[in-house]
Design a protein around this ligand. Structure first.
Ligand code: COD
Ligand code: ATP
Length: 198
């Protein structure tokens, strides 16, 4: 199995690029989706979060994502504590999903992970595509998409490695600062390059 990383920053356009890759026939695993699965009601992940962050599990037994987000994006130590709980669970689920793809006969897969480089996981990938936009564009798209104030958007940006630094680790840089029509041919070229492996 050839596994490639797809990363970027918050609101840089990973989901947009991942949709384009899927349209081209790529099988894409999404770490944000896995991150939700490992904190479903009744999971060990949610139980440990409940113990470490009292008050973030609502009366319905579900994680209050807004509350936990407000807490951890504002505090690096608390964020590290959450990461220590959920990241190993996400990693295990990823390997499980990868095995399932392999059993289906899939030969090339893409793993979409916002924190691919921060966690060092990029080193395990055969190649890494970084979805890049200038910081001002990233912040503006984040504020618009999530209805955030400038300060809130800034806190989220500060919680991640800058895209200008991430691109240093890229095998392929996808510049998503223009219109989606300008991004699509870049995505096609990257998928072709991925398929050329093996
Ligand atoms: C804190 C939580 C509950 C907030 O949930 P919310 O629905 O508001 O955001 P969502 O999960 O959709 O994430 C949005 C974006 O925030 C960024 N982000 C999420 N978690 C983190 C983190 N621990 N550190 C830095 N950035 C993060 C990513 O760019 C992500 O794409 C949630 O993000 C979470 O459980 N985070 C820990 C898991 C994690 O590290 N996920 C990142 C992918 S591995
Ligand atoms: N080329 C583009 N031109 C204009 N707007 C775009 C473009 N690409 C993405 N957007 C918009 O920017 C926002 C962020 O894009 P997207 O959700 O794909 O980012 P993301 O990197 O997946 O974000 P996150 O990691 O936070 O989920 C969305 O509102 C999307 O519609």
């Amino acid at each position: 199995m050839h596994v490639f990383g797809l990363t970027g920053g918050i609101a840089s356009g990973k989901s947009t690029v991942s949709r384009m890759l899927r349209e081209l026939g790529a099988r894409v695993l999404d770490a944000d989706v896995l991150a939700r699965e490992v904190v479903e009601p009744g999971t060990p992940g949610l139980r440990r979060i409940d113990e470490r962050f009292p008050g973030v599990v609502g009366p319905d037994g579900r994680l209050d994502r807004v509350k936990l987000g407000a807490h951890i994006f504002a505090n690096a130590e608390e964020r590290a504590a959450l990461n220590a709980i959920v990241h190993p669970e996400i990693r295990a689920l990823f390997l499980q999903k990868l095995q399932a793809l392999e059993a289906e006969g899939v030969t090339h897969a893409v793993y979409d992970v916002p924190l691919l480089i921060e966690t060092g996981l990029h080193q395990a990938m055969e190649g890494v595509a970084v979805v890049w936009v200038p910081r001002e564009v990233q912040k503006a798209r984040l504020m618009t998409r999530d209805g955030l104030l400038a300060d809130q958007a800034e806190a989220r940006l500060q919680a991640q490695m800058a895209l200008d630094d991430k691109r240093e680790h890229a095998t392929w840089v996808i510049d998503n600062s223009g219109a989606p029509e300008a991004t699509r041919p870049q995505v096609e070229a990257v998928w072709r390059a991925m398929l050329a492996h093996g």
